[in-house]
Write a protein that binds this ligand. Structure first.
Ligand SMILES: [Zn+2]
Length: 488
């Protein structure tokens, strides 16, 4: 089940943005899934389905009471609960990139295809101006036009007389910044004497969305059904990777609820933002995480209780991805997990899958090690080493004595040495004695605990997420049969 607020382009705080007339729809559409405003549906579920417990009702009364004093007439109480608990970032000023001040131009648009050249793109846009191509090949400010990223949009505008007014290349729709993100656009404007090139940055609009789901086969299968972007799915697995083994430990019936950002520019999808809060039930145990950034810049994920989720060791050396999500399901003859007789954990994975250092350390050994084949050993501190065996090749330039950081690419999965098929054999050794890495990392102290002076701020930030996850859990409990059904 997924709730979208795509239909409310205005900030969710604006009461006029709520599609009140759509209130009946979700009930009739439950079996096939619904896509409506998250703001609306949470309030609706809480009230219309009557699933709120007394303790939650008290909280909702308190919240809506507070809202009423500020805003006595405009908003019905069942909506104010969620209006209060959905932390919507302040609306960003939209720059004037999308609206040209001149009379409405005629705009043609195309997407970059593989094999495109500048000339073929301009041709598809019906631009036959040889001077423009000349200008683009000479002008240093138009450099970004040389990187034709497949799928990105190029627009051209002409006036009533058919004269070219401008060309825009939306080359980086979701540039990573610490803030809300920006879209980078190259604009070429026709001038009296020729052309002018300019790089524009436009702040992205950030939307907060929520989704719930139940694992039936894999995490990606469940998030696909819920309409969650891949970027968010991978973050979900990353954020909780030290608590939940997403490669090997997922169970049918596991559930999740997630609050996350998506980004748009002028109403177009510009990519995923950040996971803000997540709850994941794995094998009956509940794990949660919330994003906390005390200064609005650097941040970390913490449990709702304030425990940092950044472990000193990654649980898995292979990254969770659409491909790796099925590793756990595949069975190779002879592959085994930790046991008294088998000193490591084996991950079946295609040859060439990247292998990552599970912790900061130095390269102790890189080379051939009889039965282990191509092997890397990293030393993390005096007593702990990790070993990665059967690799097809090592990361370029990796040498003994080099320092590596957690998550660094060190090599690639293969089947060298005594191996029955492509897989990573991973060992975790304390004083040269192999121990079960999964148990070891689960009991490892966290890398960065929450600073004492941030505890009050943390409590304030976390409270609305806590409430929101509770409402989502109630929803999932009330209508479990729809909990992995949605439609975009
Ligand atoms: Zn093994």
């Amino acid at each position: 089940m997924l709730f979208k607020n795509h239909k409310t382009p205005k900030p969710a705080f604006a009461p006029s943005a709520l599609p009140l007339s759509g209130q009946q729809e979700p009930r009739s559409g439950l079996a096939i899934g619904v896509v409506i405003s998250s703001v609306l549906v949470l309030g609706l579920v809480a009230v219309a389905l009557g699933v709120m417990q007394p303790s939650n009702m008290a909280a909702s009364d308190r919240l809506s009471g507070a809202e009423k004093t500020n805003n006595p007439d405009q908003v019905a109480p069942e909506q104010t609960l969620v209006l209060n608990i959905v932390p919507v970032p302040a609306p960003v000023e939209t720059a004037a990139v999308e609206q040209a001040p001149e009379a409405t131009p005629f705009i043609t648009e195309t997407r970059i295809r593989s094999g495109d050249t500048l000339a073929t793109v301009l041709k598809r846009l019906d631009i036959s101006d040889g001077d423009l191509l000349n200008f683009l090949t000479r002008e240093p400010k138009a450099r970004s036009v040389y990187k034709l990223n497949v799928g990105r949009t190029v627009q051209a505008a002409t006036n009533d007389d058919g004269d070219l007014m401008w060309v825009r290349y939306y080359h980086t729709p979701n540039a990573e910044t610490n803030g809300p993100g920006v879209a980078k656009t190259l604009q070429i404007t026709a001038t009296k004497g020729g052309f002018e090139a300019e790089e524009l940055q436009q702040p992205l609009e950030t939307h907060v969305e929520v989704a719930v789901g139940t694992i039936r086969s894999s995490l990606f299968a469940a998030t696909d059904i819920a309409g969650i972007p891949d970027g968010i799915t991978m973050q979900m697995a990353d954020v909780l990777s030290n608590k939940v083994d997403f490669l090997r430990g997922l169970r049918v019936g596991d559930q999740f609820r997630v609050v996350y950002e998506t980004r748009t520019i002028g109403g177009r999808h510009a990519g995923a933002g950040r996971v803000l809060a997540i709850e994941f039930i794995n094998g009956g145990k509940t794990y949660n995480a919330v994003w906390f950034s005390p200064d609005g810049d650097k941040g970390n994920y913490y449990t709702l209780e304030g425990e940092s989720l950044r472990g000193a060791f990654l649980r898995n050396s292979l990254k969770f991805s659409r491909i790796s999500s099925t590793f756990g399901m595949r069975k190779l003859p002879g592959l085994q997990a930790w046991s008294g007789h088998h000193a490591g954990v084996d991950y079946a994975a295609p040859t060439g899958t990247p292998i990552h250092a599970t912790a900061d350390g130095t390269v102790d050994f890189v080379g051939w090690k009889n039965g282990y084949g191509n092997t890397i050993i990293l030393r993390h501190h005096s007593k702990i080493t990790t070993l990665y065996a059967h690799q097809s090749r090592f990361a370029a330039g990796l040498k003994a004595g080099m320092k590596v950081s957690q998550g660094d690419l060190i090599g690639y999965v293969g089947s060298t040495g005594w191996s029955t098929g492509p897989h990573l054999h991973y060992e975790f050794r304390v004083a040269d004695k192999p121990i079960d890495p999964l148990t070891a990392t689960a009991n490892m102290p966290t890398a960065k605990p929450l600073a004492e002076e941030h505890r009050d701020q943390f409590a304030q930030v976390v409270a609305p997420y806590k409430q929101q996850l509770q409402v989502l859990a109630k929803f999932q409990e009330a209508v479990p049969e729809t909990s992995n059904v949605a439609r975009r």
